[in-house]
Design a protein around this ligand. Structure first.
Ligand code: DAV
Length: 371
């Protein structure tokens, strides 16, 4: 059955086929959560965010929402159906029998929480305590899709305990230093332990039959094994990017644009032995252009490499952040039509154009790109 705007269908097998239906996040009530192990490990040591938390300033929330609304409107004008989450009260603490944290995070980056694979949307375990309840913001949509599409599979991975046993205490010291961080990354010694399966959805890239998953701060090997058992018809492959001192989420590191073409962050190169898998199947891995900025915007967790956190609308068309002139130029040279989208003032709320979206429907079927 082809896609029609009048019926809800959930289906998306990859990152590039023509996008018809998407969720775009919201910045409402977003908080900088109090310190906690996995989150702390990601805050750069020289960041303006160290030691401060609370609700983000209203004018920054309003500005981020203006940009997200404009992005949603632009997609709608191009015929894409856009849904939005329902924010909960993020000032409320997150408390379970196993942990307590004084506030939550927000619902700007749905990509971190929701993994769409075929007709299924899977809620990730998550790995930060402050994001444990974030799936609730998407439940109204999940319920609606479930009512409207009899083929939709709504799944949730086992909620993790997130006790202190989930985190390596070595990462909790104030100053670790980049050199040690890089050594730890190369050794695959990350802040999360192997206590229980953990993964964020944004560590997973969908290449039809293959799911490529980054092992790092937010996804451990047990999380990857859990995905392997959950998707028995897929090949689930773990990848690592040794050049990244703060490895969370694959989508500012490795960006497929269309069958056969991937951008890789030149500071976080995929090791040769892992590259071979792509190269022998005729995939070209190209160094991404440099970011246009030397620093992230204020109060931002992410690096300047959100430049390559793009949303592919179809194999010839890509949304790139409007100030990322070098990335836009490279896309143009690679034969992509570029749609500039202003989003930089929303980066602090959890990421870029890929992060702030989650697929509901793309054309195409499950193909084997690595036969
Ligand atoms: O480069 O800081 C950001 C990914 C956000 N989902 C980075 C990774």
């Amino acid at each position: 059955m082809n896609w029609s705007p009048d019926t809800t269908q959930v289906k998306s097998w990859n990152e590039w086929d023509t996008l018809r239906h998407v969720i775009v996040g919201k910045a409402d009530d977003c908080h900088i959560p109090p310190e906690e192990p996995a989150l702390d490990a990601k805050v750069p040591e020289d960041s303006d965010m160290r030691g401060q938390w609370g609700r983000r300033p209203q004018e920054t929330i309003d500005r981020a929402n203006e940009l997200l609304d404009n992005f949603a409107d632009m997609l709608r004008k191009r015929g894409v159906r856009v849904d939005r989450p329902t924010p909960t009260d993020f000032s409320l603490p997150a408390t379970t029998p196993d942990f307590h944290t004084d506030s939550q995070f927000g619902c700007m980056p749905p990509r971190d929480v929701l993994l769409t694979v075929g007709h299924e949307i899977l809620e990730a375990t998550m790995s930060y305590r402050c994001r444990w309840f974030e799936y609730l913001c998407y439940r109204p949509l999940m319920q609606q899709y479930w009512e409207e599409d009899v083929n939709f599979r709504h799944e949730a991975a086992p909620k993790p305990r997130l006790t202190d046993a989930d985190y390596h205490a070595d990462y909790l010291s104030e100053k670790i230093g980049i050199e040690k961080r890089l050594k730890w990354t190369a050794e695959k010694f990350f802040v999360t332990t192997e206590e229980e399966p953990l993964f964020d959805a944004a560590d997973v890239l969908r290449f039809g039959k293959d799911l490529i998953v980054q092992h790092g701060f937010t996804t451990n090997m047990k999380g990857i094994e859990w995905l392997r058992r959950h998707f028995p018809d897929h090949r689930v492959r773990a990848v690592n990017f040794p050049g990244d001192p703060y490895p969370i989420h694959i989508d500012a590191t490795f960006t497929p644009l269309r069958p056969g073409l991937i951008l890789n962050n030149p500071n976080r190169r995929l090791p040769d032995e892992q590259r071979a898998y792509f190269n022998k199947n005729d995939w070209e891995i190209v160094d991404a252009a440099q970011p246009a900025h030397n620093t992230p915007p204020p109060l931002c967790y992410s690096s300047t490499w959100l430049s390559m956190n793009v949303l592919v609308l179809d194999p010839k068309t890509v949304c790139v952040e409007a100030s990322e002139v070098y990335q836009m130029e490279q896309m143009d040279k690679l034969g992509m039509e570029v749609i500039p989208v202003e989003l930089r003032d929303a980066y602090a709320f959890g990421g870029g154009l890929h992060c702030c979206t989650a697929d509901v429907y793309r054309d195409g079927d499950c193909e084997d790109y690595f036969p």
